[in-house]
Design a protein around this ligand. Structure first.
Ligand code: KG4
Length: 341
């Protein structure tokens, strides 16, 4: 019996502060997913500095590329397509990944497929053998985005609501900075919140010190807003205990996620949800979403492997495979953009 040809693709991700190159087989198997994280380079500034990011991508892109080929044990000529994040992101950073993709096309004739970074996050779950059925709701909670989408199919997504100001991960990072916790703040705030609830078993029975977020938003609207609670953290830092602030910050922030997700389900009638983005690394958020899924009878998917929640090239290769299969090819002079379109 003839075995089917395996399709090999490369994913390239340089939209923010991770330099990543992946090799994907048949759109669902990771042969390599090499990631260099710049976290330590940005930590002194409590946030990503665009100029530092692009310089670092420039230095790391070649070694990360070589490493991915070596891990997967393939040569560039074995590749059928190269998927690269071209939007949205830091333009200087996107250009570095873009140049690598162009070189592969020029030197080896590999098909190019440009990919939307936000959409790519929704394809990480396909790399763990899950097959959510279209159309589904996409919930993205990361350092740069907090939004809910209706995903009709690869390359076809519609935004239902996004943040009016800060993203959820950004709010965690800023709150942590105000509270004197290290960058990136999410895991540190979560740790303090967990310690607090372990020593205060009745913590959930007390009202949160922070008011409910977006309480006056009309019931047909989907939105997020996290800049107000960040300011409230600053004001409470002098009076309240660190653990309680972290606990209440987290539960009030997650309550908005829960409310907006339930709202999106009601408005669209969809009951399949794919969630991803760096904040999904939080076990506390996973617990909240699991509860919503149980209560609302939802089919909920998120990457089990936390490495697939944060920025990585494997998800880019996974979405690229689906676009490439449907005939999408990008021109050599494709643009990069800080915006989605
Ligand atoms: O998707 P991602 O890797 O990149 C950007 O969008 O930049 O997300 C990183 C974000 C950071 O803001 C970080 O604080 C947040 O994810 N994060 C968390 C946790 N782990 C990472 N937020 C809350 N709780 C966590 N355990």
């Amino acid at each position: 019996m003839m075995s089917e040809k395996r399709i090999l693709g490369m994913g390239i991700e340089t939209s923010c502060d991770e330099t990543s190159v992946a090799i994907i087989e048949n759109g669902n198997t990771i042969l390599a997913n090499e990631i260099y994280s710049q976290i330590q380079e940005h930590a002194p500034f409590h946030g990503v500095v665009p100029e530092i990011a692009s310089r670092s991508h420039l230095l790391k892109i070649n070694p990360v590329y070589e490493e991915a080929l070596a891990t997967a044990d393939i040569a560039p000529d074995d590749l059928d397509y190269c998927a690269v994040t071209s939007r949205p992101g830091l333009t200087g950073s996107l250009m570095i990944g873009g140049q690598l993709a162009r070189c592969l096309n020029l030197v080896h004739g590999i098909d190019l497929v440009t990919v939307d970074h936000i959409e790519a996050h929704m394809y990480a779950v396909f790399l763990e053998g899950k097959k959510p059925e279209y159309p589904f709701l996409g919930l993205l909670l990361s350092g740069g985005n907090s939004a809910i989408f209706r995903i009709h199919g690869p390359g076809d997504m519609e935004m239902l609501g996004t943040t009016m100001d800060d993203a959820l991960g950004e709010a965690f990072d800023k709150a942590a900075s105000v509270l004197g916790l290290p960058y990136p703040g999410g895991p540190h705030v979560e740790k303090k919140a967990l310690e607090y609830s372990a020593s205060h078993p009745d913590a959930m029975e007390h009202p949160s010190m922070f008011p409910r977020l977006l309480k006056d938003l009309p019931s047909n609207k989907i939105a997020f807003s996290y800049s107000g609670i960040k300011t409230a953290v600053l004001q409470s830092a002098a009076q309240e205990k660190l653990g309680r602030i972290c606990f209440d910050f987290q539960r009030t922030s997650f309550e908005l996620v829960k409310r907006m997700l339930i709202r999106a389900v009601r408005i669209t009638g969809l009951n399949t949800v794919v969630a991803s983005g760096g904040v999904l690394a939080s076990g506390s958020l996973r617990t909240v979403l699991d509860e919503v899924a149980r209560e609302q009878d939802l089919k909920l998917y998120y990457p089990v492997d936390r490495k697939l929640c944060t920025d990585n090239a494997a998800m880019v290769g996974a979405l690229g495979f689906r676009l490439w299969q449907s005939g999408v090819r990008s021109e050599l002079d494709f643009p990069v953009s800080s915006r989605r379109q």
